[in-house]
Design a protein around this ligand. Structure first.
Ligand code: NDP
Length: 262
């Protein structure tokens, strides 16, 4: 413990620099070519942030989002790579991070491989844990190192109702999302004294391609608000968590689920 303590609060072997205004207005978002990530990217661009936009394969969609961001007068750097591939992350990010430290890391990339556990293949378990949780380790470790030198930053992960309640058919996904919540709380404790805030936004059912195959007729009666959520209702919470006014909030989970779980 004393070694960790020294690293975080004692020896400053990362040279300290203040965040520039440009740094303060830049965020990295994983999985932002479509769905919730794309909505977060556009919402933040409209609010004055430049965007580092990661995605894996939807190049056409990512280019469309980039255009919309540029229409708001902001810059958008497209970063196509698999966020669970540590070598790819480091190769792409390290040169950028040498020049600039973004204020925000938003880890949103996600996949589902739903099936009941007795039928689940090992690769269906591994790929879901990789994209959600192992990529949090890769990204949060990389970004927190550079944020530490600036004594400023925000790390926000998109979890899920399934990670709070557990969901049948989603043992892999529920484990990954619950893992994100635990990891974020622990990291919030590690980084708090350096003014790096770590929080989680936990959506219920949000209208994106991810929920296209779900039997909504049977699910809607379970939602007090009686409807699925809109992507903007998630991005608004992320925008708030990046704001000055959210400066005393860390280690928290913000549920955006229409009251489905309270
Ligand atoms: P979508 O399927 O609409 O979009 C997923 C995004 O993640 C795409 O941009 C995709 O890029 C990207 N992505 C997937 N795998 C990787 C990877 N290995 N590396 C980089 N990017 C990747 O999902 P949603 O927008 O619905 O979901 C976004 C997040 O919100 C996820 O973490 C999801 O678990 C969570 N969530 C969603 C809910 C919902 O109801 N929609 C509810 C609760 C949580 P590409 O297309 O290029 O592969």
């Amino acid at each position: 413990w004393s070694g960790h303590h020294l690293l975080l609060f004692g020896a400053d072997f990362w040279c300290e620099k203040n965040m520039s205004d440009k740094d303060k207005r830049t965020v990295f978002i994983s999985g932002a070519s479509r769905g919730i990530g794309a909505a977060i990217a556009k919402d933040l661009a409209r609010s004055g942030y430049d965007i580092w936009l990661n995605y894996r394969s939807s190049t056409g969609q990512a280019k469309k989002v980039k255009k919309e961001i540029e229409a708001f007068g902001r810059t958008c750097t497209l970063l196509p790579f698999d966020v669970s591939d540590e070598t790819a992350v480091n190769e792409n990010m390290e040169p950028l991070l040498r020049d600039q430290v973004p204020y925000g890391l938003i880890h949103n990339a996600g996949i589902t491989r739903d099936t009941l556990l007795p039928l689940m293949r090992r690769d269906e378990w591994d790929s879901v844990i990789d994209v959600h949780l192992n990529s949090f380790f890769i990204l949060a470790r990389l970004f927190s190192k550079v944020m530490l030198s600036r004594r400023e930053g925000r790390i926000i992960s998109i979890a899920s109702l399934s990670g709070e309640t557990g969901q049948a058919g989603q043992v892999n996904y529920s484990a990954a999302k619950a893992g994100l919540i635990g990891a974020s709380k622990a990291l919030a404790r590690e980084l708090g004294k350096r003014n790096i805030l770590v929080n989680v936004v936990s959506p219920g059912l949000i209208e994106t391609e991810m929920i296209e195959k779900l039997p909504l007729d049977t699910i809607l009666p379970l939602i007090p608000l009686g409807r699925v959520g809109r992507v903007e209702e998630v991005s608004g919470v992320v925008r708030f968590l990046l704001s000055e006014e959210a400066g005393y909030i860390t280690g928290q989970v913000f549920s955006v689920n229409g009251g489905m779980y309270m």
